[in-house]
Structures are given as C-alpha cells and as structure tokens.
Design a protein around this ligand. Structure first.
Ligand code: G3P
Length: 220
C-alpha cells in the first residue's frame, strides 16, 4: 500500500522523507492556505523535500467546468507530473471526464460516499479520496465507506487507486489499513503519533543503559 503526507509543511516533509519512503504529498486549498508559501513555490519545494521523488497532488479552485480545466492545465504546466484534485460534483465530474480525454491524471476528491467516489473513478480519475473523519463527523462511518469504495475498485477498476484522506487519529488510519485500503494520506501530526509512543523510547533507553552498565559502551 502507499502512504502519503497531507500537508504544506516543507520541513516536515523533509524530516519524514529522511526516515520513511513516503509515496508523495497531497495538498488541498485549506492546507495551502494554512501555510505561508504560495502554491507555485510550494509544490516544487515539496518535491525537493522528497528528494525529487514521489507524487504531488494539488486541487483546482474554480467552480466552473472551464475554470477547473484551466486551473488543472495551469497546475500541470507549472509542476511536472502533478495529479490534479477535482471535487466530485456534477461540474467536477465533467471536468474529470474532459481532463481524462486530454491525458491529465486526476484525483476525485471531496468524497463522502462510496458510490459518489466511484463515479469520479468511472469518469476517469486515477485516484479517489474518501474523507474519513469528515464522514464520521456527520454521523457516517468513514472506514466503512473506505471499505465499500476499495471493494468497488478491486472489483471493477483494479488499476485505480484509493487514497483515504481526512484523518484525525492513528486509530482511524489503522482501521482503514486493516480493512484493506491500498492508500492513505496522513497529516504530519497523525504520522508522528504512530512513532512517538513514550513506551518505545523507554524500551530503547532500557536496552542502552543495560548494555552500558555491562560493557561500558553504547555500541557493539
Ligand atoms: O486533503 C483532503 C482531506 O485530507 C481533508 O482533510 O482534515 O480537512 O478533513 P480535513
């Protein structure tokens, strides 16, 4: 499975890429607005932070079909191999369909239901992102939606990729991985929570101090 970071924090992408092979970085307008760097400076900086590797995702802003297509082409012109995120609305579906004809790779986003997301895929999107914690927050079941959508993809469109998004806790992400989700994008704080259990550091300290005591050194 693939693990992406959902962030505009260049330093965090650099830090995490150094310790883990992230598959890429996803952004959306809220994430970009939360940072200080303009989108067209941010995207190359994020790619550099991943050592030139990985897939980058950025979202259209316009809410007309023509505008979305224009935004998508502008993004692709400025950033090589970028995947364009398009919300699965009636207009977004049309934009995905047109962009697919033009050979522009898209991610169907703002997905709150499995069938809605699947329509984005059938319209041509290569990737699809259900919003796990937002679905939970409106009384739905985020992981169950992910499971249904992953099942639809595995059955009908195995070459397409699910990238579950909108995580607030490691548990939500773990639940999605357990049900067979093939891709997730995590905010930096959730990624960090996976590897910051104090008990782990205490265990490592314990090994080191036992060795130090016995052999008077902290290496083999
Ligand atoms: O990238 C889209 C998705 O991750 C949204 O997350 O935290 O705004 O629900 P959030």
């Amino acid at each position: 499975m693939k693990l992406y970071l959902d962030t505009s924090d260049i330093q965090a992408v650099k830090r995490i890429s150094a310790i883990f092979p992230v598959s890429g970085v996803t952004t959306n307008p809220l994430i970009v607005c939360a940072g200080e760097t303009s989108l067209f400076d941010l995207l190359p900086a994020l790619r550099d932070a991943m050592g030139g590797q990985g897939t980058l995702f950025a979202q259209v802003i316009s809410n007309t079909v023509e505008g979305m297509i224009e935004d998508a082409l502008k993004l692709r012109e400025r950033v090589e191999n970028l995947v364009v995120k398009v919300p699965v609305t009636p207009k977004g579906l049309q934009a995905i369909k047109e962009l697919t004809k033009q050979g522009v790779p898209t991610l169907a986003t703002a997905v709150y239901g499995a069938a809605q997301g699947f329509l984005g895929v059938l319209a041509g999107a290569q990737y699809v992102s259900p919003y796990v914690s937002r679905i939970d927050a409106q009384g739905g079941d985020g992981p169950a939606t992910v499971s249904e959508l992953q099942c639809l993809l595995s059955t009908h469109a195995p070459e397409k990729e699910l990238v579950a998004a909108s995580f607030k806790s490691p548990r939500q992400a773990l639940e999605c991985m357990l049900i067979g989700c093939k891709g997730i994008t995590l905010p930096v704080n959730v990624f960090d929570m996976f590897i910051s259990d104090p008990a782990v550091f205490a265990a490592v300290d314990q090994f080191e101090s036992a060795w130090q005591k016995k052999f008077n050194k902290t290496c083999l």
